[in-house]
Unconditional design. Structure first.
Length: 327
């Protein structure tokens, strides 16, 4: 019997590359797709020698053609950190709208089940805490983060429309802060930013007074939740994340203790529309998927720190990517 085929968009990214690994481990033939605008081929180069992996260098915002059968599609193509989507706002909107439309059209044509990667950012700066799937969010559509937040909200609406109108089998995962090996050290998010500053011997920058909270999920736990959701019968959005909440000030102090740096914390003004609280209510994931995170922040951070520390030293000082395109 031939292997089932799965298309993973954003395959060279942080989460996409881990999904490629998981699906190959589960016995699938994996078709990876990425335009490499924020992805990195180094994340998947270990897969190129495998017969059960193939790669398409393609932008999903343009028409997608994949020959042969497809049983599953996971749409993970998108810039996912503020440093990226503030520099490439149009592409961020396009991959969440046109890219999602193209993936859903392909799923319909191939009679494939599709899972789309949504985000906790659809809740915006939440007025409900912790955030459950019934909460509709508090998003500024014209603020600097609106390009990402609204792209993902549109993505969910489009996905549900294909489910109700065309009968496509759809799944929606709302991903909360995730970390682990293959994150970009310079992607601007709190965890790699703190570790990068510690490695370079710089003070750790906390925005605002540091009282804003985040909840960090280790990547292996997240991938398990995504896999279970894809294989479930749940078409409604499902939060997947770790509800272990911590303030950014306390988190910076954890990183200082982990890395043994002698640097101090410095405070800068809070960016516009930065969420004050972020904590998933994972009741639905527990009840429907039998899923909850297993890896403690202490253990996950150790592995992640060792990964970053082992990078070539020039990576520690690498500036965030500059994007030439203005489309």
């Amino acid at each position: 019997m031939s292997k089932k085929r799965v298309l993973i968009t954003g395959a060279a990214g942080f989460l996409g590359s881990h999904l490629c690994d998981r699906f190959i481990k589960e016995g699938f033939h994996v078709v990876g797709m990425d335009n490499l605008i924020t992805g990195d081929l180094r994340n998947i180069e270990h897969l190129f020698k495998k017969e059960e992996f193939e790669f398409y260098h393609h932008d999903v915002s343009k028409f997608i053609h994949v020959p042969g059968e497809l049983h599953y599609i996971l749409h993970f193509a998108s810039p996912a950190s503020p440093i990226d989507y503030l520099k490439i706002p149009i592409q961020t909107l396009k991959v969440g709208s046109l890219g999602t439309h193209n993936c859903l059209g392909l799923a319909k044509a191939k009679n494939a089940r599709i899972l789309v990667a949504s985000t906790s950012e659809i809740y915006g700066d939440p007025m409900v805490h912790p955030q459950n799937e019934e909460y509709w969010g508090n998003v500024n559509p014209v603020g600097p983060r609106g390009v990402y937040d609204e792209a993902k909200r549109f993505q969910e609406a489009m996905t549900m429309a294909y489910h109700t109108f065309h009968g496509v089998e759809t799944r929606i995962v709302r991903i909360f802060n995730t970390y682990g090996p293959r994150m970009r050290l310079n992607d601007g998010r709190a965890l790699p930013a703190f570790i990068g500053q510690a490695l370079r011997g710089e003070d750790l920058t906390v925005f605002g007074d540091g009282s804003q909270t985040r909840s960090f999920c280790y990547v292996d736990d997240l991938i398990e939740g995504i896999y279970r959701l894809l294989m479930s019968d749940c078409a409604q959005p499902v939060n997947v994340g770790n509800p272990d909440e911590i303030s950014l000030k306390d988190f910076a102090e954890e990183i200082i203790a982990l890395t043994g740096t002698t640097q101090k914390i410095v405070y800068k003004p809070l960016p516009v529309d930065d969420p004050k609280q972020r904590q998933p209510d994972i009741t639905r994931a527990k009840e429907i998927l039998g899923w909850s995170p297993k890896v403690s922040r202490k253990d996950g951070l150790k592995v992640t720190y060792e990964y970053f520390k082992a990078l070539p030293k020039e990576e520690w000082f690498k500036q965030p990517k500059e994007f030439a395109t203005k489309k």
